[in-house]
Design a protein around this ligand. Structure first.
Ligand SMILES: NC(=O)c1ccc[n+]([C@@H]2O[C@H](COP(=O)([O-])OP(=O)(O)OC[C@H]3O[C@@H](n4cnc5c(N)ncnc54)[C@H](O)[C@@H]3O)[C@@H](O)[C@H]2O)c1
Length: 340
């Protein structure tokens, strides 16, 4: 079986990608320092896949550890998820974000070069677009100045990949620009871990539904959108996971050097109020929410043009918004019963 190293593989998107890789016949190998994950994720993965996924516990900035992993495993490719991702925290501790998010990519690239591993998928974000001038946003749309150190790390990492590939390095890389990942594995055995007060909508919605939060505030209902609340492109995490598998398969059939970028979204925008209504429908709960003022820094509306990934990677999302919210809610119920 071909082995794929997933850095940050115990995290939210990495763990779901491990499942998708197993389903596609790959052997995922995880490296994670558990700075934002729990060991119980590995049990969930074992229950879902019926196998124990090899996991190296440690920091992927640690070159010695990475050398050990590369020397112990003949790898077909690497999916580099490991990063810090809290936008607010990144403005308080920018150096931690620049060090972890950028240095880890440099280490991954250097080790890949030493061991002759050519295929890399990198986690980027639609945050690089800011508020685009035209919608839906295409990969060719110019990026905007980053609104946070976190967003800037994604832009810098994309630039590093561009420059490295331009230097004729033996690298075939894809950066996936994720829109808004939500949902959980339909089994309810893995999902997104709650850390503090969520700043993303869906974990706040499910925690309010579960009574952990008293009330949800909708930040603004006077935007230029169908009902005045902000619009995002919500993508089920299993669809997103599948995009990584397709990326790896695509890269394997290409000759290095190569660098390409793909949006991963549904191609459809939904307002905050639509998400609330869909949640109420699938959970049977009335959500306690109020309309508040706009939140500084929020983008009004963004959704993906997905034509490129549909065409080149033959990838299409399968899950609806309601599916995603049902799976997020199941995961919340599982967490409430059995806190991580
Ligand atoms: N979740 C989102 O909304 C979203 C959107 C766009 C992009 N992304 C990007 O996708 C990637 C995965 O995001 P996620 O939501 O799964 O986050 P996550 O925090 O759940 O997963 C990241 C994992 O990486 C691990 N990690 C962090 N630094 C590490 C290091 N130096 N060495 C080893 N492990 C390390 C953490 O313990 C965690 O398990 C990140 O790069 C993130 O920036 C996420």
């Amino acid at each position: 079986m071909e082995k794929i190293l997933i850095t940050g593989g115990a995290g939210y998107i990495g763990s779901h990608t491990a499942v998708a890789l197993v389903d596609a016949g790959y052997q995922p190998i995880i490296v994670d320092d558990f700075s934002n994950a729990e060991k119980s994720v590995l049990d969930g993965l074992q229950k879902i896949t019926g196998q124990s996924i090899p996991c190296y516990e440690g920091d992927c900035n640690d070159k010695r550890l990475m050398e050990r992993i590369f020397s112990e495993n003949e790898l077909t490719g690497v999916i580099h998820f490991a990063a810090y991702k809290a936008v607010g925290e990144s403005t308080e501790h920018p150096l931690n974000y620049y060090r972890n998010n950028i240095f880890s990519l440099l280490v991954v690239l250097e080790i890949m070069e030493i061991y002759g591993v050519e295929n890399l998928v990198f986690s980027s974000s639609c945050t690089v677009y800011g508020q685009p001038d035209t919608l839906p946003v295409k990969e060719s749309t110019p990026r905007k100045d980053a609104e946070s150190p976190y967003g800037n790390t994604k832009k810098i990492c994309e630039d590093i990949l561009t420059d490295h590939v331009k230097s004729k390095a033996r690298l075939s890389a894809i950066a996936l620009r994720y829109f808004n990942p939500i949902g959980a594995h339909p089994s309810g055995l893995i999902g997104e871990l709650p850390t503090g007060v969520p700043s993303n909508l869906v974990p706040f919605v499910t925690q309010t539904g579960a009574g952990i939060r008293n009330e949800l505030t909708v930040f603004g209902d006077d935007y230029d959108t169908p009902d005045g609340s902000c619009v995002r492109d919500y993508i089920h995490v299993m669809d997103l996971a599948e995009a990584h598998v397709k990326s790896i398969s695509y890269l394997k059939n290409k000759t290095a050097p190569l660098y390409d970028l793909f949006n991963v979204g549904t191609g459809k925008g939904n307002t905050v109020l639509e998400v609330i209504r869909a949640f109420e429908k699938v959970s049977g709960k009335d959500l306690n929410y109020k309309i508040g003022p706009r939140r500084p820094g929020d983008v009004e509306k963004v959704w993906a043009d997905t034509e490129k990934i549909n065409r080149e990677l033959n990838w299409q999302p399968k899950y609806t918004l309601e599916d995603s919210l049902r799976d997020s809610w199941n995961w919340q119920l599982a967490l409430s019963k059995n806190p991580a």
